[in-house]
Ligand binder design. Structure first.
Ligand SMILES: [Zn+2]
Length: 317
C-alpha cells in the first residue's frame, strides 16, 4: 500500500510517497513551487499519478473548510493568496488520483504538524498539545484527543489580541503591528515581518543582544500564556524560522517571561521548575512535522490510524 503526503504552503508544496503511514517509510519526495491553485495542483497530481497511492493526507495553509457537512468541504476559504480563494483542493486531488473523497484527509498545516510531533516528535505523551510556528506568519495548531481541533473554523491562534510589551525604559511598546486585519494581534506584533518592521532589519541579521529580542520574547510569552490559560495544553511546541535558529537562548527567555506572567496561578510544576519540558522546540526536521502528520492523516483515511500505538495514555478515541 502506498500513502501520499502533502505539505502545502504559500511558497512551496512538498509531496512525499511512503510504503506505510509513518515518516521512516518515505521512499520519495519532491518540492513544487507554489503558483496559482490550478497549476500547483496539476503538478502535485502529476507527481502522485500512476504511483498506486491509496490514501492521501494533506497539511494545507489556511483558512480551509474542514467541516465535512459543508458544501465547501475540502476548499480553501477566503485568502489573499492569488489564485487560491475558494479552490477545491481536496475534490480536485481526489479526482485526479482516482481516490474516493474519504481516502483524502486534510487539516491545517499547523494542526497537521501538531499531529506529526505528537506521534513521532516532541509532543509524545502530551494531549492536548499546542504546536506554534513563528516565521513569515504566526500560527498554531491544537491537538485534542489525538486529532487536530476544528469547529466553527479552526484555531487562528496567531490573531489573538495581546497587551503591550514594555521597552527597556519601562514605557509601553508603541509599535502599531503589521497585521492588515488587526494591527497589534500576536502575529502582527511578533512574526518575522513584524520584527523586520520594528527594527528596520531582517530578523536573521539582528544581533543576539539587540533589545528587540527582549520585546519579541515578551510577545511570544504573552501569547503562550494566553494559549495556556485558554486551552490547558500539556505541552507547547514552538518552532518556525524566527525561533528555531536561536532557540538555544530565545526559548529560555520566553520560558522565563511565561513563568513571570502566569505568576504561579496555575500551580503546576510544568509552569515553574519544569517549564523546560513544557515549552519546547520541535523534534522533527526531515521530514517536517507537517509531512509526518499528513502521513498519519493518510493512515487514518485508510483505516490504519487506530493500529498506531496509543502514546497519549488516554486509551482509544
Ligand atoms: Zn491579526
Amino acid at each position: 500500500v502506498i500513502f501520499g503526503a502533502i505539505e502545502g504552503g504559500g511558497t512551496k508544496f512538498i509531496c512525499a510517497l511512503a510504503t506505510a503511514p509513518e515518516p521512516s517509510a518515505i521512499v520519495e519526495s519532491a518540492r513544487i513551487d507554489t503558483s496559482d491553485a490550478e497549476r500547483t495542483l496539476a503538478e502535485v497530481a502529476a507527481f502522485f499519478r500512476g504511483r498506486g497511492v491509496e490514501a492521501l493526507g494533506i497539511a494545507h495553509f489556511g483558512p480551509i473548510e474542514l467541516d465535512a457537512a459543508s458544501r465547501q468541504y475540502g476548499h480553501v476559504l477566503s485568502t489573499p493568496k492569488p489564485g487560491w480563494a475558494g479552490r477545491p483542493v481536496v475534490p480536485v486531488l481526489a479526482r485526479e488520483l482516482g481516490l474516493p473523497l474519504a481516502r483524502v484527509r486534510w487539516a491545517t498545516d499547523v494542526g497537521t504538524a501538531a499531529l506529526g510531533e505528537s506521534r513521532w516528535g516532541a509532543g509524545r505523551g502530551a494531549d492536548p498539545l499546542l504546536y506554534l510556528t513563528v516565521g513569515t506568519g504566526l500560527g498554531g495548531g491544537v491537538l485534542v484527543d489525538g486529532r487536530p481541533l476544528s469547529g466553527l473554523l479552526h484555531p487562528e491562534i496567531g490573531h489573538v489580541p495581546l497587551p503591550r510589551a514594555l521597552l527597556a525604559d519601562g514605557s509601553p511598546d508603541p509599535f502599531p503591528g503589521v497585521c492588515p486585519f488587526h494591527g497589534r494581534c500576536w502575529e502582527g506584533l511578533a512574526c518575522g515581518p513584524a520584527l523586520a518592521a520594528r527594527t528596520g532589519r531582517a530578523g536573521e541579521s539582528l544581533a543576539d543582544d539587540d533589545p528587540a529580542w527582549d520585546v519579541e520574547a515578551q510577545y511570544l510569552a504573552l501569547g503562550v500564556a494566553t494559549c495556556t490559560l485558554v486551552l490547558s495544553p500539556r505541552r507547547v511546541i514552538m518552532g518556525g524560522g524566527v525561533v528555531e535558529s536561536r532557540a538555544d537562548w530565545l526559548l529560555p527567555r520566553v520560558r522565563r517571561r511565561l513563568v513571570e506572567y502566569l505568576n504561579g496561578y496555575l500551580g503546576r510544576p510544568e509552569l515553574a521548575e519544569r517549564v523546560d519540558e513544557y515549552l519546547v522546540a520541535p523534534a522533527l526536521r526531515d521530514p517536517s512535522p507537517a509531512i509526518a502528520g499528513a502521513l498519519a492523516l493518510a493512515g487514518e483515511a485508510l483505516g490504519e490510524g487506530d493500529v498506531q500505538p496509543d502514546t497519549t495514555g488516554r486509551g482509544g478515541r
